[in-house]
Design a protein around this ligand. Structure first.
Ligand SMILES: [Fe+2]
Length: 161
């Protein structure tokens, strides 16, 4: 095995965070569609499959370095929402917490002088920034428009992003 046990454990935790995100985005996407916002709904269903790709990327990395793959339990998952803003806030918190997790792990990896994992993690950290930015932007628009004009945002999501 090319990585330490400690780092291996943290990367396994990343798998469970990604798989929880698969489910979380699926729940949010489904709820938007139930509310009649098909385009925003489809956007989040697509995000869900992106999260699955992230999990696969991690699994393939662990295989490549000869590390152990373990599926841990679900992280925080929420499916009861009072309104659309709460759904986006939930997603934003999930991604921000994950960013912090990855950043802490990056410090551990640097301390261990594990260059390969540092390189692997860099992509994830940069991707987190994009996801957080996108959600923050959506939340800002949503707050400006208000719940009753959400259909305008839904129209916006009908165009390729
Ligand atoms: Fe992800």
């Amino acid at each position: 095995m090319l990585i330490s046990k400690n780092i291996n454990d943290s990367i396994n935790e990343m798998i469970s965070i990604e798989l929880t995100a698969v489910k979380q985005y699926m729940a949010i996407g489904a709820r938007f569609k139930e509310m009649g916002y098909d385009n925003i709904g489809n956007h989040f269903l697509m995000e869900s499959s992106e999260e699955q790709n992230h999990a696969l990327k991690i699994i393939n990395y662990l295989i490549r370095v000869g590390a152990e793959i373990k599926f841990l339990g679900d992280k925080n998952f929420k499916q009861e929402f009072n309104n659309a803003e709460e759904m986006i806030e939930t997603a934003l918190k999930m991604e921000t917490d994950y960013y912090k997790f990855q950043n802490d792990l990056m410090n551990k990896v640097k301390e261990a002088k594990d260059n390969l994992t540092e390189n692997f993690l860099t992509w994830f950290l940069e991707n987190q920034v994009e996801e957080i930015n996108e959600l923050q932007n959506l939340l800002t628009k949503m707050k400006k428009l208000g719940e009753e004009r959400l259909f305008m945002l839904d129209q916006f999501y009908s165009k390729p992003q």
